[in-house]
Design a protein around this ligand. Structure first.
Ligand code: NPG
Length: 367
């Protein structure tokens, strides 16, 4: 495959409600999209970097800069496919979210040229995936209970509560008491605690959670292993796992018994699949995380979540969880599940009118 050119496009999408985590509050999604144009097809990739480097070191303007300055110029001239992109970008350190967006756009174009759906290419084993929802930190417990009740009424099969010091045990207790023992419930700390909080975090053991996600700092693999020994609640890693090598280290150390896979965080779907395969071989459950993606990123995540090792419901929520209007056909929950796209590539594309309406900037880079 030969690439003629690449468009970097920015779109601004208002969120239906502010989304608060331990590191900040998102009110809108400023998304960087990558569109790869070949002789026969075009492919889309969504960069999951946020506007501020708070979740990780990457941010949208930085991703656009590294793409135009280093990554796109390093692409091979001919015989381009997703693996060739991965090899060409390998010398550049970090910038996994930027690399993932470019690799995914190339992969999408490649699969559209050959008429193959992404889910089949990755080895998916299901036509629909069960969906969980991530619930942001709320000002009060009644507000939180109302939000959870609303999501359960929509059909979500698992609830994830964002927590932070001071807003952890009480909200979890309230949700467990109100919705009962059968509710699949987990928490996500986004690295807000230290090992000194272990006795406090152990109080969550009483609530029979599926997991606690990323309690400690990203680079605290050894301390996560120590924490895991002190908790009954399984420890799941998100921010700490940026590659299959990190996943292998976490499994060896006992730092995680469950892994959240986000393709953007790990540099793309090829590495995401390697992490899935590694975890599956070790009997470690994985689930698909989310980064407030539009339908473009969501479509690809749903394909990944259909692989056999994804044994826990993911943060693959419906479009309306975040957006009143999505840039693609919206993903709609059906009995708590999303249907895996069956068209070539990611199986969906942006609606041109809506794309235009959301666009704030666009730049074309000829190859
Ligand atoms: O459903 O797309 C989604 C979002 C799920 O909670 C979610 N994402 O830490 O996993 C996370 C979190 C996040 C939100 C990360 C915003 C980065 C920014």
């Amino acid at each position: 495959m030969k690439i003629n050119g690449i468009e970097l496009r920015r779109i601004a999408m208002p969120l239906v409600a502010p989304f608060r985590t331990s590191f900040g509050t998102e009110t809108a999604r400023d998304v960087l999209l990558v569109r790869v144009v070949t002789g026969e097809a075009e492919g889309w990739g969504e960069c999951v970097a946020m506007d501020l480097p708070l979740y990780s070191s990457e941010y949208a303007d930085g991703a656009a800069d590294v793409l135009r300055r280093f990554l796109i110029p390093a692409l091979p001239q001919d015989d381009v496919d997703a693996y060739a992109v991965e090899r060409a970008l390998e010398p550049f350190k970090g910038h996994r979210m930027a690399k993932a967006a470019l690799q995914t756009a190339v992969l999408d174009a490649q699969l559209r040229e050959s008429g193959q759906p992404l889910a089949r290419y990755l080895g998916a084993s299901r036509g629909r995936v069960p969906c969980g929802v991530s619930v942001g930190i709320m000002d009060s417990i009644p507000e939180l209970l109302d939000a959870v009740a609303g999501y359960l009424a929509e059909g979500y099969v698992r609830i994830k509560l964002k927590i932070e010091p001071g807003r952890d045990v009480a909200p979890v207790r309230a949700v467990r008491e109100r919705f009962g023992d059968d509710l699949l419930l987990q928490v996500d700390a986004n690295a807000a605690y230290t090992l000194a909080d272990a006795p406090h975090l152990a109080k969550l053991d009483a609530f029979d959670l599926l997991l606690i996600e990323q309690p400690l700092a990203d680079d605290d693999m050894v301390q996560h292993a120590e924490l895991a020994r002190r908790l009954r609640t399984p420890v799941c890693l998100d921010e700490s796992i940026e590659s299959a090598a990190h996943a292998a280290a976490a499994i060896t150390l006992g730092a995680a018994s469950i892994v959240n896979i986000k393709p953007g965080r790990v540099g793309g779907y090829l590495e995401a699949k390697r992490i899935h395969d590694l975890c599956r071989a070790h009997g470690v459950a994985v689930w698909c995380g989310g980064m407030l993606e539009t339908g473009i990123g969501r479509a690809a995540n749903v394909a990944l979540a259909a692989l056999p090792g994804f044994t826990l419901p993911g943060d693959t929520s419906a479009s309306r969880r975040y957006f009143a209007e999505d840039v693609t056909e919206p993903f709609v929950l059906d009995d708590g599940h999303l249907t895996v796209p069956t068209g070539p590539g990611i199986g969906t594309e942006p609606d041109q009118d809506r794309l235009r309406a959301f666009t704030t900037a666009s730049e074309w880079i000829s190859i």
